[in-house]
Every structure is written in C-alpha cells, then in structure tokens.
Design a protein around this ligand. Structure first.
Ligand code: V47
Ligand code: SF4
Length: 390
C-alpha cells in the first residue's frame, strides 16, 4: 500500500501548523532547517513522515530500489579501540573468540567467488595493531590481480586514521597509496554520532569527528567516493541525529562525494551498553523517513537488512529507502554478534528481487557507484531444477 500523497497531507486542515509549513517546504523542493528536522522527529507521526519521505524518494529515484551483489571480508576482530556499543572486538591479548585472517585466507575467500558475478568486495574489520597500511595496500593489489573487475570498498575512517598514523603519512598520502593499489571507495562506518559529548561517552578513544570528516573529504578530493553511517537508538537525542546529518549535508554540499547515507540501529547484545533498550521498529521507520527528508543532497538512503531484518527492510521501502545493500555471503559477524535479526545474513538475488517487488517497487541491481547493472522488473527466474534425492 502506498503512503498518502503529500498534497492530501498539506490540505489536511487538522494538521499542526508548524508541520504544515515544513510539508510545504518539502513539496516546493526547499531545504529544511535543523529546527525543522528536530520538530519532525518530535511531532511527526509515522504516516505523515512516510508520505513526505516517499515524495522525496520518488523525486530522486522514482520507483527504483537498488541492491548489489557483494561479499564481505572481515580481516580481524582484534581491535585496539574500545567502543562501548561494540560486541565484536577483542583485544590482542585475549585468547577466546578472536580471529585474524592471513593473506592466504583472504585470497582463498576471494577465489571462492571465481565465476560468481559479484561486483563489490566490502572489507571492514577491527583495528589490528599489526596490520598496517602497506600490508593492506599489497592485499588490495593481489585481490585486484585475481578479480580486476571487482570494486574494492574498504576500511572505515577509523581504520584509515590508525593506518596513516602508524605509517606516519598524511591522510592524503595514505589514501593515495591505497587508491594506486586498487581501492575504489570507502564504506561509511565509524561515524557513530558526531556530537563530541555523546561520542566521548560511547567511543572515546577512536578517531574524532573532525578526523572522520577530514578523511572522507580527502578521499572525495582524490576521486574516491564514500558512504556515511549514523549509529542511532542509544543515548543520543533527536538534536544529535540532526546535528550529525547536518555535518554530512554540509560536507556533501562541498564535495558531492557521498554515495549514500546508512542509518545503523544500535543493537544491544553482549556489549557495554547492553542495559539500553533497543528502539522500536516504528522509530526505525521514522528515522529513515527524517533522514530521507533532511539529507536532500544524498542521492541514496540505504537500509542495511542484515542489521534490521528483512521485514523492517521491506517496510522501509515506503519510508524513503531506495537501497537494501547486497547479497551478502555468510561472512559478516559484526552485526550477528550484536544481536542483529539475521544471524545468517544471506539472501539470494531471487529473494531480494521478490522482497522488493512485494513492496511494490522496481528492483535494479547496481554497482558500487549506483550504475545500473541489471533491471529485474520483467526478469523471470528460471524454474528451479528439481534435484532427486540420492
Ligand atoms: O561503525 C558496531 C556499527 C559500523 C554495533 O558503507 C553497530 O556500505 C549497531 O562500516 N549495533 C561498521 N551497529 C559497519 C560499516 C558498514 C555497514 C554496512 C554498510 C556499510 C557501507 C558500512 O558498525 C560501526 C558501527 O557504527 N556497529 N556495533 C552495534 N552493537
Ligand atoms: Fe573496534 Fe570498530 Fe568495534 Fe570500535 S566498533 S571497538 S573501532 S571494531
């Protein structure tokens, strides 16, 4: 079912005057202010926000919903940092539950996808004290030798800040080395919440807000696009979410280098913030909607389905989301360890396409840069072969 049209919303005489003014701005294509954004969070009901977000989404990407074919490599969960929300990292000295893949292991993982039409490898992990810039640059080079066609999206700003510091190079020099070895873009992790007071409470020791923004700005200048995330639903308030989006919106005005915005819902299993209750699905949808409305210079809004689950991801397609990431092989642990819905995050292309079509949207496989790879609207999957039992 489609949300009510924005014009019916504006003409509703019972609507709060301040919300009506915001709705009029959105319908006229005007940018809304930080105060407007906070007000939407405070007063906007789910249906109202959905209608506005849907209007913005359809102006940007029509009825399309994108996905990509990718796989994840998590080189290690050993991490020098101690983010309070993290369920995944372990210290080097810990014996249990740690892993650190060798170069050989990683190459094997890549080779497993020989002949499989994946377009992207996503490489993100803990910040290992002994895996440095030059090691990772050589690794990327080897991956590209095996799969020259694949786009390498790798390393959060947190990993990059540490690598550059250890290698005693500037962000520009470090990123240039990685780019010259074949890295194409940066994922959006490590952003968490930019407000310095909240950031200090939840992830005091890792890269600062200013460093995160500087690394992404430098990448954009070098022609490496990136994504941006926001960790929400913990101790932050609505104004912190809007402040976070505002800083990203400002940088995007300057560089136009962000591909998409990805709100990440805080999951509370087995971490130092486990006493916090997780926010509701309604709040997830409201957050997607306000993000879509506020981030007017971001072309895409991604719902990361392994984290929120397939059902919420499907619902989000009527609340501003136009991307549900990829067909991820069973290789990502950061979310399953934090209590994500999908403990085995794997969806076939057929399942993804059905999920999108059942929401009334038009499925398109994209590459990392959102170029269309294949249109699935009219595609008929071959009937599955019946394999006889032996
Ligand atoms: O920065 C860690 C988050 C991020 C928890 O660019 C948690 O396409 C919720 O970079 N609850 C890293 N979130 C992941 C990342 C990413 C993910 C998906 C898509 C893309 C992309 C990038 O994971 C961290 C942090 O914000 N995270 N622990 C947790 N308990
Ligand atoms: Fe390390 Fe990332 Fe976990 Fe923070 S979120 S402790 S940087 S793995």
């Amino acid at each position: 079912m489609k949300p009510v049209s924005i014009f019916n919303i504006i003409n509703n005489s019972a609507l709060d005057v301040s919300l009506k003014t915001i709705a009029e701005k959105i319908s006229a294509g005007e940018r809304i202010t930080a105060e407007d954004g906070v007000l939407l969070f405070e007063k906007g009901e789910l249906g109202f926000l959905g209608s506005l977000a849907n209007f913005v989404k359809e102006k940007k990407s029509g009825n399309y919903v994108f996905f990509n074919r990718n796989f994840h490599i998590e080189p290690t969960n050993i991490c020098v940092f101690d983010c309070k929300f993290c369920s995944y990292s372990r210290l080097l000295k810990q014996k249990d539950g740690t892993w650190a893949l060798s170069e050989e292991d990683i190459i094997k993982m890549v080779k497993k996808f020989d002949g499989v039409p994946v377009t992207e490898v996503h490489i993100v992990g803990g910040v290992h004290p002994k895996m440095g810039l030059h090691y990772f640059a050589e690794l990327i080079k080897k991956i590209k030798e095996i799969r020259p066609d694949i786009h390498v999206k790798a390393f959060t700003a947190v990993e990059l800040e540490y690598m550059c510091r250890k290698a005693k190079v500037s962000y520009e020099e470090g990123l240039k080395i990685l780019k010259d070895h074949g890295q194409g873009s940066l994922p959006g992790g490590g952003a968490e919440i930019f407000d310095e007071t909240i950031r200090k409470e939840i992830c005091e020791d890792k890269c600062t807000t200013a460093q995160w923004l500087e690394i992404h700005e430098t990448a954009h200048k070098l022609g490496m696009p990136s994504n941006a995330t926001m960790l929400y639903g913990h101790i932050e308030k609505f104004e912190h979410r809007i402040d976070h989006m505002q800083r990203l919106r400002d940088l995007q005005d300057k560089t136009k280098g962000f591909n998409c915005f990805i709100p990440l819902k805080f999951r509370n299993k087995d971490n130092q913030m486990s006493d916090l209750k997780e926010v509701s699905v309604i709040e997830d949808l409201r957050n997607y909607a306000v993000s879509r409305i506020y981030m007017d210079n971001f072309n895409h809004l991604k719902a990361y389905w392994p984290m929120i689950g397939r059902t919420t991801a499907q619902l989000s397609l009527n609340f501003g989301v136009d991307d549900i990431d990829g067909t991820i092989d069973d290789t990502t642990k950061i979310y399953s360890m934090a209590g994500a819905e999908d403990q085995n995050p794997k969806l076939s292309t057929r399942e993804l396409v059905e999920l999108i079509k059942n929401a009334g949207r038009h499925p398109v496989e994209r590459n990392t840069l959102y170029e269309h790879v294949k249109d699935y609207q009219e595609f008929i999957f071959p009937t599955e072969e019946i394999v006889p039992h032996s």
